[in-house]
Design a protein. Structure first.
Length: 251
């Protein structure tokens, strides 16, 4: 490590990763944003899914000021966050075969929709089967993952495949296996994960692209405003009413 303090080192590492995804994933981000715009324009619905800490980036684009009102959270009980007790149960559920199929069977997802699946490793059964089953329904799938895991770890799905193998488009977060950016001689394990910072940036870059693409086509993007600015509630009420049949977090 350099002479800079750990806080500065972590921020520098995160900035370096953000620069990498900006430069190396630009075409993929553009394609993903365009896919979302196409889905909105054709009457489809948008969904995001992530398990464990990957769910943070999915939640970040749902019912969010400055975000697309049509983005819905595809929730899997027990794996959305650390509110489940014990927290280790969430990790165990990610490895359960067949869970994704049961979730999709009871979800509103249908042909013509788009689903963003976030999984840092992309190796567990849940995200792999979620992508496979969603595409079988005619849903377009965008995967946000670290491609490095596919070459440095083994899949936990019976097929031996990873999330990236079952997506229409893949955004690579560039996160190293283990998701820890810092080391110290006095600390026995690597620390300071950056996946949430980078993955959230990828998600926001993708939705920003979708909004701008719709505007370029002469379509007003269905954006939400902050409820803490004057007129925000009235604006959001209009958008939510206009697109109510494609928004599921109100029900």
């Amino acid at each position: 490590m350099s002479d800079r303090k750990p806080a500065g080192q972590f921020i520098d590492a995160a900035i370096d990763l953000l620069r990498r995804v900006r430069d190396e994933e630009a075409d993929s981000i553009e394609a993903a944003g365009t896919l979302l715009a196409d889905t909105v324009q054709s009457g489809g619905r948008l969904f995001a899914f992530g398990a464990g800490h990957s769910s943070l980036a999915a939640q970040d684009v749902v019912y969010r000021a400055g975000g697309l009102a049509l983005m819905n959270l595809l929730s899997v009980p027990g794996v959305v966050g650390v509110d489940v007790m014990p927290a280790t149960l969430g990790s165990a559920l990610e490895r359960v075969d067949g869970l994704a199929g049961a979730v999709l069977d009871s979800s509103p997802l249908r042909e013509g929709d788009a689903l963003v699946i976030i999984s840092l490793s992309g190796r567990n059964a849940l995200p792999v089967e979620m992508a496979m089953n969603a595409r079988a329904l005619g849903v377009r799938v965008i995967g946000v993952t670290s491609v490095a895991y596919a070459s440095e770890t083994t899949s936990r799905h019976a097929s031996g495949t990873f999330l990236k193998d079952h997506c229409d488009l893949v955004l690579d977060s560039k996160i190293a296996v283990g998701d820890a950016e810092l080391t110290l001689d006095t600390v026995p394990a690597p620390f300071a994960p950056a996946s949430t910072v980078v993955t959230s940036a990828l998600m926001q870059a993708m939705t920003a692209t979708a909004a701008a693409t719709l505007a370029d086509r002469g379509v007003e993007p269905p954006l939400l405003r902050s409820g803490n600015v004057d007129g925000g509630h009235e604006w959001n009420g209009r958008v939510l009413d206009q697109y109510g049949d494609r928004i599921f977090y109100r029900r």
